[in-house]
Design a protein around this ligand. Structure first.
Ligand SMILES: Cc1cc2nc3c(=O)[nH]c(=O)nc-3n(C[C@H](O)[C@H](O)[C@H](O)COP(=O)(O)O)c2cc1C
Length: 181
């Protein structure tokens, strides 16, 4: 697929069906992520694949965070279960930590480039994705379930991967408002 077409058709998918994505598409996307630029060649991106059992544990955590001991109505519960278990794959994107604040900022930028590469690679294979950054990504229980050392890495997002509904078109800013020539 032409790169311009991939860029323009990439969208955040919010509602996934349960169709499975071939592993080779995921592997190609991880390789694409690994080609992202990064200053001082720090290669700060990490991607952790979360298996079905761990995703089920994370569903319980999501319910706990959202409802905090209050009664959960079945419709809301079903929505969260569908959101977390329907997508074919779930990755946790994390950034290797450093004490150098300038490097930390540049490493986050590099990780964002890597995630964009990953999602564009998936688009070129006809696969959708979503980068999400809800409360769960900073909860220490998420680190425990996924097996990421909170001292060494920071979770910067969940990456949901699969097939689903393309959301309505978004109006982008006019080029004249973002580009001064
Ligand atoms: C750093 C980052 C964090 C995001 N976190 C969320 C999120 O927590 N929940 C969500 O629904 N979308 C999230 N998104 C997706 C954006 O909402 C989405 O990119 C935006 O609505 C534009 O839509 P598009 O990706 O289809 O162009 C995130 C995107 C980025 C770049």
């Amino acid at each position: 697929m032409d790169i311009h077409h991939a860029i323009r058709t990439r969208r955040t998918i919010h509602s996934f069906n349960a169709d499975k994505v071939p592993e080779e598409f995921l592997e190609r996307a991880i390789e694409a992520a690994n080609y992202a630029p990064c200053h001082r060649l720090t290669f700060p991106w990490r991607f952790t694949k979360v298996n079905r059992y761990k995703r089920e544990v994370l569903v319980e955590l999501a319910l706990d965070i959202k409802f905090a001991g209050r009664n959960i109505d079945q419709a809301s519960k079903s929505l969260i279960i569908k959101k977390m278990l329907n997508p074919s794959h779930m990755l946790v994107a994390s950034q290797v930590l450093t004490n150098d604040l300038k490097q930390k900022m540049e490493d986050y930028a590099a990780c964002a480039c890597a995630i964009q590469n990953l999602s564009l690679s998936l688009v070129s294979d006809g696969v959708g994705s979503k980068w999400s950054t809800g409360k769960m990504i900073s909860d220490k229980r998420t680190y425990e379930v996924v097996g990421i050392n909170q001292i060494a890495e920071e979770i910067i997002g969940f990456i949901w991967i699969g097939y689903g509904e393309i959301p309505p078109k978004i109006d982008r800013p006019r080029i004249s408002s973002i580009f001064r020539s």
